[in-house]
Design a protein around this ligand. Structure first.
Ligand code: ZN
Ligand code: ZN
Length: 318
């Protein structure tokens, strides 16, 4: 193929890669194990960070700030209940519509698709803090485990072989392939609602640009709060259980992530829907899921084994 033919197709592939995720690997080769950062491909991720710098220009308003806070909480629930506890660990059950709703909610966080997320997380549990772990702070340092791994060529691929149970559902595969669509729609919705409020409720002091920028800020904070579980929760905190990895329990991270900070508990018993094993280990995601279960929206919440809840260590059971 002539160079002039190759150039536009590569550009098209790059543009597609921003909105279409890893299932069919549209940009570059498979790259499994390739730890080079794909700078062009993570441009949207970098631009989201840069957008936060626009806050002094667009200003703030109560409606923009509360929208950002609400988007953080709702999407964090999507990540912890959906991508993590449901798709990665099958810790409870729901309907096919319920599963799709969880996937869309989590996908709105711009943390790629449900298959991609669950496949990487299953690998993390299978190979925790070993050389094959995609994000171990012990192996490559804190920065790598926090965000470096997220932009590497090898980690863009969705390892469908690790999520055959999810790949059976066409709507999940589609969402995974076009993983940029929901975040872009959310951005458009934010801009449109800000512009409408500016026109019809000017006293609220907002605008399309302001709502969009605060939405970006919410997304960036959501990224880094989620990422702390891969980085800080394998470094800082206490270890109740002698798991073969470096996982820790950390109350502050649990607060930030609606319960994910009880990470040593979670590595000890990953299939339990509840990650705070003691009454004082606040696990908001579990509490919300219990509420949804009361309405019949989710069911079969997999419990923590009773011996663990009573505070006995595994060896004490004998
Ligand atoms: Zn972990
Ligand atoms: Zn997990």
């Amino acid at each position: 193929m002539a160079a002039s033919d190759a150039q536009p197709s590569r550009l098209t592939a790059l543009l597609r890669s921003w909105f279409a995720g890893g299932t069919d690997r549209p940009y570059g080769e498979d790259g499994a194990g390739d730890e080079r950062i794909e700078w062009l491909r993570i441009t949207p991720f970098l631009l989201l960070h840069a957008a936060c710098l626009l806050v002094p220009w667009v200003g703030w308003s109560p409606v923009a700030v509360w929208t950002a806070v609400a988007l953080y909480l709702v999407r964090m629930f999507g990540i912890t209940a959906g991508y993590h506890r449901y798709f990665s660990h099958r810790a409870f059950r729901t309907s096919r519509a319920g599963q799709f709703a969880l996937a869309v909610l989590a996908n709105a966080s711009a943390q790629r698709g449900p298959l991609w997320w669950a496949a990487h997380h299953r690998r993390h549990h299978r190979d925790s803090d070993s050389p094959a772990d995609p994000h171990s702070p012990g192996r490559r340092g804190l920065f790598w485990s926090h965000v470096g791994w997220f932009g590497t060529r090898g980690n863009f691929r969705t390892a469908t072989e690790l999520v055959p149970d999810l790949a059976r559902h066409r709507e999940l595969v589609l969402l995974d392939r076009y993983d940029g669509l929901v975040p872009v729609l959310l951005g458009a919705l934010l801009y449109a609602s800000g512009a409408l409020l500016a026109a019809y409720a000017p006293d609220l002091g907002t605008s399309g640009a302001q709502m969009l920028v605060w939405g970006c800020l919410s997304t960036v904070v959501l990224y880094h709060a989620t990422f702390t579980i891969n980085s800080l929760a394998h470094r800082w905190g206490t270890r109740r259980w002698a798991t073969p990895d470096d996982s820790r329990n950390n109350a502050l991270l649990a607060l930030l992530t609606l319960g994910e900070g009880w990470h040593n508990n979670h590595h000890h018993h990953p299939h339990s829907v509840r990650q705070g094993f003691r009454w004082w280990e606040l696990d908001v995601t579990w509490l919300v899921l219990r509420g949804l279960a009361a309405f019949g929206l989710v069911w079969d919440l997999r419990p923590v084994p009773r011996a663990l809840l009573r505070g006995r260590r595994e060896g004490d059971d004998a």
